[in-house]
Design a protein around this ligand. Sequence first.
Ligand SMILES: Nc1ncnc2c1ncn2[C@@H]1O[C@H](COP(=O)(O)OP(=O)(O)OP(=O)(O)O)[C@@H](O)[C@H]1O
Ligand SMILES: [Mg+2]
Length: 311
Amino acid sequence: MLAIKTEGLCKDYRLGFWRRRTRVLHALDLTVEAGETFGYLGPNGAGKTTTLKLLLGLVLPSAGRAWLLEQEVGDPEVRAAVGFLPENPSFYDYLTGEEFLAYGARLAGIPRRRAREQIAALLDQVGLMGAGRMQLRKYSKGMLQRIGLAQALLGDPPLVILDEPMSGLDPIGRKEVRDIILRLRAEGRTVFFSSHIIPDVEMICDRVGILLGGRLARVGRLDELLGTEVESVEVTAVGLPEPIVEELGVLALAPPLVQGGRALFRLRGDVEVDKLLRRVLEAGGRIASVTPQKRGLEELFLAEVRAGARR
Ligand SMILES: Nc1ncnc2c1ncn2[C@@H]1O[C@H](COP(=O)(O)OP(=O)(O)OP(=O)(O)O)[C@@H](O)[C@H]1O
Ligand SMILES: [Mg+2]
């Protein structure tokens, strides 16, 4: 079963003083299988929020079509099966957290008793247990983000779409949101979320799409995109005289970083590593560490952004 499918999905906005028609999303073809955790990555202005709004039917496409849970977007039945956390949720300031969730539950058609149980459980899950009776105007940014997430999870939707769920959260909050997403994944639910926090995406996603300037530049499983080859090896040596550091610099991919008697060399492969280690020991130095570096999502992302800028 496909949780999300888009076909040639486009969005044009009229931008600038002349209100010129500008395409901000270019013929997006995307599929997300049920049960997948999909990270939608892109720099500011790439078109992530626009895509999510199109999926939710909050804005209309300029061309193309989209389906959620194999129903065409716009079908009211589908909307109830999808939880959504918007980018800048605007809240009803004078409601308490509990009242806000109760209101959401009513909109979602959840029976009152069931809603009461679920609200208590969700407040606990997002770490707001003590704050349910507090008015939202007194919530911090992170607390608002959490209550928004709880709202998105009301009614146990099989598909959850989150726009920057970690934004505004401190490291602990980010970890809690990652854990919530991992729990949803373990329950077999589909999570589609946008982010520009690369480590968060790298840690929890099955598949990733990289959106650049409204175009899907890369999409695939993380392990396929990143590969498993070692890109380079970092060697840290201690106690090397400066001329030796300079001499060994020619073996490295970049000038060695020297700090507090330690020199860090980034090397291409085994041959260079062997040469360097031998020479360090000969020169009376010590090896502090040898670390193979794999290509991470961050390098891939930055490489794509650079390639996109050249095109
Ligand atoms: N309602 C609108 N009217 C006109 N232009 C818009 C509108 N919404 C978005 N845009 C434009 O569409 C482009 C994509 O915006 P979008 O909000 O989708 O990006 P994003 O990837 O979510 O960025 P961010 O990481 O900053 O949230 C931007 O150039 C933006 O200015
Ligand atoms: Mg956005």
